[in-house]
Ligand binder design. Structure first.
Ligand SMILES: Cc1ncc(COP(=O)(O)O)c(C=O)c1O
Length: 389
C-alpha cells in the first residue's frame, strides 16, 4: 500500500461517525459496496433497509423519500428525475396492454401527450372525462379501466374538481386512482383523506423552490402498489442525483412558509385583477365564481400561488402579447413554484380544441416571492400600457 494511487483509493482513515449537524450528509454512488458475498446475493431493490446500486438509492435519497411520504400523509415514496418522469413511473408501473387509463380534460399537457402518443402505441387505450362532471367519469369507466388520473386544479384553466366524488367513482369501478398533487403540495389538503391510492408530485415546483432542480415523487400507502412502482422505477433507470436531492432537502424546512406566502400574495393579486377592466374572469380556485370554487372551499385550507386571467376577447393577441412582454418583474417561462413571478399566454383553442376554452385571451400567472405591491404596480403599468388606462 505504498503506491500513491492505491493508498488514495484504499486509504484506511475513516472520519469519526458521531458528527452532528442540521444538514443531512450527501451520499453519492454508482457502485454500492456489499460487506460480503452473501449480502450481495441476497440484495433486493425492494429492501429499503439496505442498498444495492446507486440508481436505486443512497441514504440521501432514502431521506428525501421519507420526508416526501410524510409531507403527503403516505407511507412509501419513489423519486424520479422530474415530475413527468414520476407520471411515467405510475403509467408504466401500473398499466399493461389491454388496459384503459382515464385522464381529466384539463390534465397537464405532456401527461395527455404521453397517454396519446406512447401508451396508446403499447395497447393502452386513453379516455378523457370532464373534470367538473363526475358523471362523465362514470360514463367512461368500463371493465378494462385500470387507472384514473385526477388533477386538482386542472392545468392552466384551474378548474377545481370534486375529488371525493371522482375517487369514489373510480374505486367503485375497481380502478386505481392517482392524483397529480403538485398544486396541493401536501399543504392545501391531504389527498389520502379522500382515498387516493397514489399521489404524484412535481418536486420541481414548491419543494425545490429554487427554480433550479427537476424532480418528481410518487407516494402510496399501499405496499403492493409501491412494489409495482419501485419495480418500474428500477428497470427504467430513472434515478435521481444526490446533489439535486440535497437541494430539495435544503428547501423543505421553508416549504410551508413559502407556500403560504405565495398563496397570500396570489390571492391578493387575483382579487385585485378581478376588478381591472381588461380582465373578464380570474381563474383561481379560492375566488368565488371560479370553476369548482365550492369544492376548493369544502376540501382545502390553502392554495398555491398560481392562477390565470382571461382578458377581454375584444383585445387583439398583439395587445395581450404586449401586456406579457411589458411586465418588468414577471418573466416569461413555464415551471412555477420558484421565487420569481412568471407569466405565460396560452392558446386554449390549440391546446384543447374548439369550444373548450374561455371567451377571451388566457394568461397564466405564477406569483413568486417578490413584494406584493411591487407585483401589483408592475401588472398595473403593463395593463394600462397594453390596453389603455
Ligand atoms: C401539474 C403538473 N404536473 C406535473 C408537471 C411536470 O413536472 P416537471 O416539470 O418536473 O416534469 C408539471 C410541470 O409544470 C405540472 O405543472
Amino acid at each position: 500500500m505504498n503506491k500513491i494511487s492505491t493508498l488514495q483509493i484504499h486509504h484506511p482513515y475513516e472520519a469519526p461517525s458521531d458528527f452532528g449537524a442540521f444538514a443531512p450528509a450527501v451520499h453519492k454512488a454508482s457502485t454500492v459496496f456489499f460487506p460480503h458475498v452473501q449480502a450481495l446475493r441476497q440484495r433486493s431493490v425492494f429492501n429499503r433497509q439496505a442498498y444495492t446500486y446507486g440508481l436505486h438509492g443512497t441514504p440521501t435519497v432514502y431521506t428525501l423519500e421519507e420526508r416526501i411520504a410524510s409531507l403527503e400523509g403516505g407511507q412509501f415514496c419513489v423519486l424520479a428525475p422530474s415530475g413527468l418522469a414520476a407520471i411515467s413511473i405510475v403509467n408504466l408501473g401500473l398499466l399493461r396492454s389491454g388496459d384503459e387509463v382515464l385522464l381529466p380534460h384539463n390534465v397537464y399537457g405532456p401527461s395527455k401527450e404521453q397517454a396519446h402518443s406512447l401508451l396508446s402505441r403499447w395497447g393502452v387505450a386513453c379516455k378523457f372525462y370532464d373534470a367538473l362532471d363526475p358523471a362523465s367519469l362514470q360514463q367512461q369507466l368500463g371493465p378494462r379501466s385500470r387507472l384514473v388520473w385526477v388533477e386538482a386544479p386542472g392545468s392552466v384553466t384551474m378548474e377545481f374538481p370534486d375529488m371525493r366524488a371522482l375517487v369514489d367513482i373510480a374505486k367503485a369501478a375497481g380502478a386505481v386512482c392517482a392524483l397529480d398533487n403538485t398544486w396541493g403540495c401536501g399543504i392545501a389538503f391531504c389527498d389520502y383523506d379522500f382515498g387516493f391510492d397514489v399521489s404524484m408530485h412535481a418536486l420541481t415546483k414548491y419543494p425545490s423552490g429554487g427554480a433550479d432542480v427537476l424532480m418528481g415523487s410518487v407516494v402510496t400507502r399501499d405496499e403492493e402498489l409501491h412494489r409495482q412502482l419501485l419495480q418500474a422505477h428500477s428497470i427504467l433507470g430513472i434515478g435521481v442525483a444526490a446533489n439535486d436531492v440535497e437541494l430539495v432537502l435544503r428547501s423543505l424546512p421553508t416549504l410551508d412558509i413559502r407556500y403560504r406566502a405565495h398563496d397570500t400574495s396570489a390571492r391578493h393579486l387575483a382579487q385585485w385583477l378581478s376588478q381591472q377592466s381588461p380582465v373578464v374572469q380570474v381563474l383561481h380556485p379560492a375566488l368565488p365564481g371560479s370553476p369548482g370554487h365550492e369544492y376548493w372551499k369544502r376540501d382545502c385550507g390553502a392554495a398555491a400561488g398560481l392562477f390565470s386571467i382571461v382578458l377581454d376577447p375584444a383585445f387583439t393577441q398583439q395587445q395581450v402579447d404586449a401586456f406579457v412582454d411589458g411586465l418588468k418583474l414577471f418573466r416569461l417561462g413555464f415551471s412555477w413554484g420558484g421565487p420569481m413571478s412568471l407569466a405565460v399566454p396560452y392558446d386554449l383553442k390549440a391546446m384543447r380544441g374548439e369550444g373548450k376554452g374561455y371567451p377571451g385571451h388566457l394568461v397564466r400567472l405564477c406569483i413568486g416571492l417578490e413584494d406584493t405591491q411591487d407585483l401589483q404596480s408592475d401588472l398595473a403599468q403593463s395593463l394600462s400600457a397594453a390596453f389603455g388606462p
